[in-house]
Design a protein around this ligand. Structure first.
Ligand SMILES: Cc1ncc(COP(=O)(O)O)c(C=O)c1O
Length: 378
């Protein structure tokens, strides 16, 4: 099996993840913030250490403002629904995932999509004219899950600061792959999944908050936190205010091990993924009937490629890639109809190849050979 769907989830996970989860389940197994016995203290410490690892990794300033969620979608829902009221206006890019679009539509709030060009890059010059007096939030997909374009988040952050609009960054496809600097980008909130570039388990994510944004954010769920148990109100302090209920402790142990591995491989990771991008792009150059959506500029993309097999059914190609070559890709619209409309690939969709830390040059060669054999002769 040749796995080219790292944008959906990373596989294999970082070494040590399975062992850490197994260790928690078989050797620890207890809850945190409830009993004060030794294994509970150990699990609580591991939980805090993961907050610290994430806060440090993303150049964020306070581990207690790292909130664990059930995934990136949950983190985005918390940030959007906890901060936007029905009379507010929201700005997004036209490349957003449905994890952003569906909460906005469900809330019924007014929003504008800042247009992106045919390669999926945000036109930052259009932002200011779309800002209204009631613009409450900007939500930005950092790197596209369809075609890999990396947005100029620093410039969006600068404009948001100038107009006093909180910026929420969806780093689903950038976290782990390229630097994401909470402080430098001037973020109010950063949403990350554990299971993609951070190489941890599914079912976990985190919402990293600035002090100001945290103070204004409403918790979406309420319940027991093991703290202030004399009160029927949520504690005012973090992380408890945003983490009611028993946390995903096997996930926390697994993600914590994954972050150690991510830190170990960090130095060479981007250059490895860039080399794979270069090799793939060069290989595609000799295939005129395979259209690449998105940029050829490696410095402005992550290793997520949208391919259109011209004159053929892209879903059938994806199916043949698996049946004939054991190559796993994802076809269709990738939960991002707005992005596909921007790239003019809606509703037919594309075949998406995405690479990760474990992808090798030999695998990319095999992918190019398979693509060449399935592409129409010009
Ligand atoms: C850009 C983007 N945002 C949000 C999500 C949602 O992440 P999750 O499915 O991990 O909740 C994804 C998942 O593919 C994504 O690619």
């Amino acid at each position: 099996m040749l796995y080219f769907d790292h944008a959906a989830t990373s596989y294999p996970k970082a070494s040590g993840v399975g062992e850490a989860m197994q260790y928690y389940v078989s050797q620890i197994g207890v809850n945190i913030n409830r009993g004060v016995y030794a294994p509970a203290q150990e699990a609580a410490l591991e939980t805090y250490l993961l907050r610290e690892k994430l806060s440090t990794y993303f150049h964020h300033d306070e581990p207690t403002r790292v909130i664990f969620t059930a995934g990136n979608t949950a983190a985005l829902n918390f940030a959007i629904k906890g901060s936007v009221g029905k009379d507010d206006h929201v700005l997004v890019s036209s490349m957003e995932h449905n994890a952003v679009m569906r909460p906005l539509v469900q809330l019924g709030v007014d929003f504008d999509r800042v247009p992106c060009d045919a390669e999926g890059f945000l036109d930052v010059t259009k932002i200011e004219s779309l800002i209204r007096p009631n613009t409450r939030l900007f939500v930005l997909c950092h790197a596209s899950n369809v075609c890999g374009s990396i947005q100029n988040a620093a410039e969006v952050g600068r404009l948001c600061k100038l107009h006093n609009i909180p910026l929420v960054l969806d780093a689903a496809q950038s976290a782990g792959h390229i630097p994401v600097d909470f402080a430098e980008l001037g973020l109010s909130a950063l949403c990350v999944p554990a299971h993609k570039g951070l190489l941890g388990p599914q079912g976990m994510g985190a919402l990293l908050l600035s002090e100001d944004f945290a103070a204004q954010l409403d918790p979406l769920i309420a319940g027991g936190t093991g703290s202030m148990s004399d009160s029927e109100e949520l504690p005012p302090y973090l992380p408890d205010r945003f983490e009611s209920g028993t946390p995903n402790l096997p996930g926390i142990y697994g993600w914590s091990a994954a972050m150690d591995y991510v830190n170990q491989i960090q130095t060479n990771r981007r250059s490895h993924e860039e080399a794979l991008c270069r090799q793939f792009l060069q290989g595609l150059e000799s295939l005129p009937t395979v259209r690449l959506l998105g940029t050829r500029d490696i410095s402005r993309r992550v290793a997520v490629f949208a391919l259109d097999f011209m004159g053929q059914d892209n879903a059938e190609i994806s199916d043949r890639l698996e049946r004939e070559f054991s190559i796993l890709t994802r076809c269709g619209l990738h939960c991002a109809p707005s992005a596909h409309k921007t790239l003019a690939t809606f509703p037919q969709g594309v075949v998406r190849f995405s690479f990760g830390h474990s992808t090798t040059a030999e695998e990319v060669t095999a992918a190019l050979t398979a693509i060449a054999s399935l592409a129409k002769t010009p």
